[in-house]
Design a protein around this ligand. Structure first.
Ligand code: HMG
Ligand code: MG
Length: 314
């Protein structure tokens, strides 16, 4: 009874969409991952109930060699009906390559800070917006939806704190260009719930919550708290990475995205539907971590692993 009245007093979405970014954001930071491992990861994720898997990036191979085989990845995976396999496309060259590889959706990516924009995509924020116009138009003509990422929504590793007004202004520009959803990235994971709430409040004046996603890296362990904050405000799309893989090659020290396992465990506890099988995600994470010779950073993944091992030893 007590629990019911408490639950009823917290406003949360009934259903949340998970955008799994491990195969892109996760693996773009790894020294060398074989094509076979990438394909196996995406195939394992595809049978978990996920409906959106970011499968690669059509960026300069000189800048991010880890993503140079994205076309092969998209060609070799086993596609599942109802699953979107998307890719990053910073310019028309990348878009054309993504289309011929059969990406089912693409994403452009901008920054809230000038220094990060220069380091990440070699141009100013205004130049990046101009560059995205033909990308978005050509993608829409080809029947592909375009997602817009926005980095450094809390802090930039070079320019310091980002103002919520700046985030709101660029997010609205991306939305006006035709991005169907804006994913707000705390690239270096320094945001805390109050700052995230202020930022979301500003952004939501121009863009409705159901057109926003949150993309939190967990460098300072705040990602889940920030997600909870975002959920209470009405955000219903969350980016996450299996086993907490990830980072950004242009944000030194930034750790991986919040782990998908942790988001699923949180949602399950809050009674929010995700449609994703946490055990299938955990298995995909153990498999890829074994290939990468590491332990998953996700505590939920580790706990599920321990429970699984105990169970099979009985
Ligand atoms: P540029 O560096 O300005 O150079 O590229 P360019 O346009 O003059 O081209 C230089 C060379 O790259 C040329 O080759 C081009 O053909 C080639 P060369 O003549 O020297 O042999 N090139 C390409 N090759 C393949 N695909 C392409 C492509 N474009 C050019 N699409 C560019 C600008 C944006 C392409 C480049 O700077 C780049 O690829 N940057 C990569 C940035 C990146 O991938 N960062 C990580 C992803 S973003 C992220 O992680 C943040 C996010 O997760 C959200 C968050 O957490 O905040 C999304
Ligand atoms: Mg990221």
């Amino acid at each position: 009874m007590v629990i019911d009245s408490v639950a009823a007093s917290i406003l949360l979405p009934q259903k949340v969409n998970i955008v799994e970014v491990g195969a892109r954001d996760g693996l773009q930071n790894e020294a060398s991952v074989s094509l076979k491992t990438k394909v196996a990861l995406i195939n394992a994720l595809s049978i978990s109930g996920l409906r959106h898997i970011e499968a690669g990036a059509f960026v300069s191979p000189k800048r991010v060699p880890q993503m140079a085989d994205s076309a092969e990845v998209l060609k070799q995976i086993t596609r599942h009906k109802g699953v979107t396999y998307s890719a990053l496309t910073p310019n028309v060259q990348g878009l054309e390559a993504a289309i011929s590889a059969g990406a089912s959706e693409v994403a452009v990516f901008a920054s809230c800070s000038e220094s990060f924009s220069q380091r990440n995509i070699h141009c100013s924020i205004a130049e990046s917006i101009n560059r995205f116009v033909p990308v978005i138009n050509a993608a829409n003509t080809a029947g592909l939806r375009v997602r817009g990422y926005l980095s450094c929504v809390a802090d930039c590793p070079y320019d310091g704190a980002t103002s919520p007004a700046q985030v709101a202004a660029i997010a609205s520009e991306l939305r006006n260009l035709g991005c169907y959803q804006i994913s707000l990235g705390d690239t270096i994971g320094t945001g805390t719930p109050l700052r995230i709430a202020r930022m979301l409040e500003h952004v939501s004046k121009g863009i409705s919550f159901d057109q926003l996603a949150v993309h939190f890296h967990d460098t300072y362990g705040q990602a889940l708290a920030n997600i909870y904050q975002a959920l209470t405000m009405g955000v219903n799309t969350i980016d996450s990475s299996v086993a907490g893989l990830g980072g950004c090659p242009y944000a030194a020290g930034a750790s991986g995205n919040v782990a998908t396992e942790e988001v699923l465990f949180l949602c399950e506890g809050l009674g929010i539907e995700t449609g994703v099988d946490i055990n299938a995600i955990a298995r995909a994470g153990w498999q890829v971590c074994q290939q990468l010779n590491r332990t998953p950073v996700s505590k939920v993944s580790q706990a599920l692993r321990n429970a699984y091992l105990e169970n099979i030893s009985k």
